[in-house]
Design a protein around this ligand. Structure first.
Ligand code: GLA
Length: 431
């Protein structure tokens, strides 16, 4: 008995209950909707009642998520971003929602969202103010964590504006502890590395221990140049950031802007395919009340979502750049592979890419069963190791495939897969 107590004490010392992120959340990339890119800081509810940041917006979005198949497809979190609070804390120092725009308060909104079988996300900031100038959480981490828990909030996006950069780590860790201390499971979405990169290389071990996902790079805009810049940053830092992704912690390249104004349909397909290869949180920022059927179909594509949520839970890499094509690959469970071929040439028509040139195609010995998912679903049959099959890819579009080895000897295949594909050890093969 005495020994058991001693052991327990040792275990408690090594793994203190409130220290680390032990919320058991985000075992697969988070899926949901987040208001920022589409609705920003529109607080003018007199002039713009339907699109302003108010409880109505989230309630309607939750309604549509249930009615229009979003929830069924896996999109679960309805997330508030900046500009929701009142400019002042209440008499007890707690954040409060703007009373005019959120007459029912966040607690009531959370119950509404929960009644739809969805979860509610909220936004706060590690520093003195939020990026849009609303009250920040500096000096109030425990109060704010407890307030969010009392309200029934399920996710916190914690921004990094108005904070001395040397104190960012401490701030993010302290908020993580405060969230754990509440006893409520609150998914913790950070921007810690984004604000540290200008000064030094962030400590991704600490970040992964603290956050469920983390933004690394600038805000996404509704444009192809923005999506491209995020892909370029990710590929050029993949050796540093990819190894830290896995169940419970993900690199966050920011929101999906599919269904808005700035991307052509091919570019929307590219964002969806590449975000999936990157095992990114799939947080849409668009107007689900008014979205074109093609964008909706793309966002709800079951085969793409299956790649996103694959049980192996590994982030993919860019594995080749050749002739203005980029090849990205993500290992999947059961020795399968997802392959995305992006045509970066923004002039001319569709161009052909020979699948046998995909670096991971090595696993297709003697052959692979190939399914094309984008630009349209097509079973491509069994393709050999040196297949000359050509994918036709539109300018700024992406072909997305899944590749399943067919083989006589399963053990031989496993060996091949892990020795030869092992993109983690040999990333960024530039042809
Ligand atoms: C920062 C974040 C954005 C958004 C805004 C809100 O720019 O990176 O995602 O939350 O602040 O002000």
């Amino acid at each position: 008995m005495c020994r058991v107590a001693f052991l327990l004490a040792v275990v408690t010392l090594i793994f203190p209950a409130t220290e680390e992120l032990d919320n058991g959340l985000a075992l697969r990339p988070t899926m949901g909707w987040l208001h920022w890119e589409r609705f920003m800081c529109n607080t003018d509810c007199d002039r713009d009642p339907d699109d302003c940041i108010s409880e109505r917006l989230y309630m309607r979005m939750a309604d549509v998520m249930v009615k229009e198949g979003w929830k069924e497809a896996g999109y679960e979190y309805v997330c508030i971003d900046d500009c929701w609070p009142s400019r002042q804390r209440d008499a007890r120092g707690r954040l409060q929602a703007d009373p005019k725009r959120f007459p029912g308060g966040i607690e009531k909104l959370a119950s509404y969202v929960h009644s739809k079988g969805l979860k509610l996300g909220i936004y706060a900031d590690v520093g003195k103010n939020t990026c849009a100038g609303y009250p920040g959480s500096l000096g109030y981490y425990e109060t704010d964590a407890q307030t969010f828990a009392d309200w029934g909030v399920d996710l916190l996006k914690f921004d990094g504006c108005f904070m001395e950069w040397t104190l960012l780590g401490e701030g993010y860790i302290n908020m993580s502890k405060a969230l754990n201390k509440t006893g409520r499971s609150i998914l913790y979405s950070c921007e810690w590395p984004l604000y540290e990169w200008p000064f030094h290389q962030p400590n991704y071990t600490a970040i992964r221990e603290t956050c469920n996902h983390w933004r690394n790079f600038a805000d996404v805009y509704d444009s192809w140049s923005s999506v491209k810049s995020i892909l370029a940053w990710t590929a050029s830092h993949q050796d540093i950031i990819v190894p830290s992704a896995g169940p419970g912690g993900w690199n966050d390249p920011d929101m999906l802007v599919i269904g808005n104004f700035g991307l052509s349909h091919d570019q929307q397909e590219s964002q969806m395919a590449l975000w999936t290869i990157m095992a990114a949180p799939l947080l849409m920022s668009n107007d689900l009340r008014d979205i074109c059927p093609r964008s909706k179909e793309l966002l709800q594509n079951r085969r793409i979502i299956d790649i996103s949520q694959d049980p192996l839970a590994e982030q993919g890499y860019r594995t080749a750049e050749v002739d203005s094509f980029e090849v990205w690959e993500r290992p999947l469970a059961q020795n399968r592979l997802a392959v995305a071929v992006l045509n970066k040439q923004e002039i001319g028509g569709p161009r052909g890419f020979v699948v046998g040139a995909v670096p991971g195609w090595k696993i297709c010995d003697p052959g692979c069963n190939v399914t094309q998912i984008l630009p349209r679903y097509k079973e491509m049959g069994v393709q050999a190791r040196h297949s000359q099959m050509v994918l036709s890819v539109n300018p700024s579009g992406t072909a997305l495939l899944t590749v399943t080895p067919v083989h006589a000897d399963f053990r031989r295949l496993r060996k091949l897969h892990w020795q030869d594909l092992s993109v983690r050890q040999k990333p960024a093969t530039v042809l």
